[in-house]
Write a protein that binds this ligand. Sequence first.
Ligand SMILES: Nc1nc2c(ncn2[C@@H]2O[C@H](COP(=O)(O)OP(=O)(O)OP(=O)(O)O)[C@@H](O)[C@H]2O)c(=O)[nH]1
Ligand SMILES: [Mg+2]
Length: 360
Amino acid sequence: MAKFPHPEKAILIGIELQGDKSIPIAESMVELARLAYTAGVIVKAKFTQKREKPDPKYCMGSGKVEEIHAAIHTHDADLVIFDQELSPSQSRNLEEDLGVKIIDRTELILDIFAQHAHSREGSLQVELAQYQFLLPRLTGHGVSMSRLGGGIGTRGPGETKLEHDRRRIRKIISDLRKELKKVEQQRALRRAKRRGAAMPLISLVGYTNSGKSTLLNALTNAGVLVQDKLFATLDPTVRRFSLPGGKTILISDTVGFIQKLPHQLVDAFHATLEEVSQADQLLHIVDASSPYAEDQINAVYNVLEEIGAITKKIITVFNKIDLVKDQQPLDELAKKYAPSVKISALKKEGFPELMGLLSN
Ligand SMILES: Nc1nc2c(ncn2[C@@H]2O[C@H](COP(=O)(O)OP(=O)(O)OP(=O)(O)O)[C@@H](O)[C@H]2O)c(=O)[nH]1
Ligand SMILES: [Mg+2]
């Protein structure tokens, strides 16, 4: 599937809904900006608005729409990114009134995944998620299949064409599912073989950018790509590792999680996430230097729950301690999420303590 050609300049928008129990809007907006940066977009301005509930037409109020219209001109922006999921009609209305492409957090994450998918398995899974996202959004106006080709402001197909497009997409989705079934079977075979070798499988899980791949590389010279960008890793890598006591284990590194991880991705990445749901034990890597560490822990727990892995034995690994100045809040978190250990994967600090926990 073709990727979005990236417009350069974007305006970010977040709506703070009364009574919303998820993470604070300021934190969510910082993350949205990092996602935008990862996708190769330059952020020109950010707007937030408090509301009781989303406006059915625009998600935000019409006064705000005018403000954003002016900002688009001032900054010569060609993209508006919403922090929350928009309904297909909201996105259509905004696109018509603002005259630029409108995407939401889910589409941005899907696009990053599309940019970072290199293996056949990864590409198949991303494509499945993209088509699942697209299907309910195919309407007579606005979003159309041609949008996948990247044309800004493309009008939708007529009704006959539309039904044809829908049928075509359903067929593509069912073909992708069939192909992914085969991938899953191959993974299951490989896992069965590993089981035969009787080595426990430990899966690294954690928020994106927490340092999972850095740790795997430090332990095993796996050579996995490490980047200060979100979702650098999509494909699972499994390596053998000998503990100081002589016991050998297998460690897998896989895709990171994020708050509001699009459900289409969780569903499509079934084959990849099996490395987590089938593991004997989880190492949960937390970026201890993030002011949002505990929110990130909770976001990871939500995904673990969704994939049926929350009841596994979890060791919490507080990483990046070389960047932590105030030890006290970290010590409290470490106690709360015990068994836990504090390390720096980059500086290779705290490894003996980690080995100690893994040997138990
Ligand atoms: N200072 C410091 N930086 C670290 C440490 N561990 C990882 N990093 C940095 O954090 C960034 C992300 O590291 P990765 O290992 O790619 O993180 P990841 O969890 O695999 O991320 P994704 O695959 O993108 O989900 C990189 O810039 C690393 O150099 C650490 O202990 N200390
Ligand atoms: Mg990684």
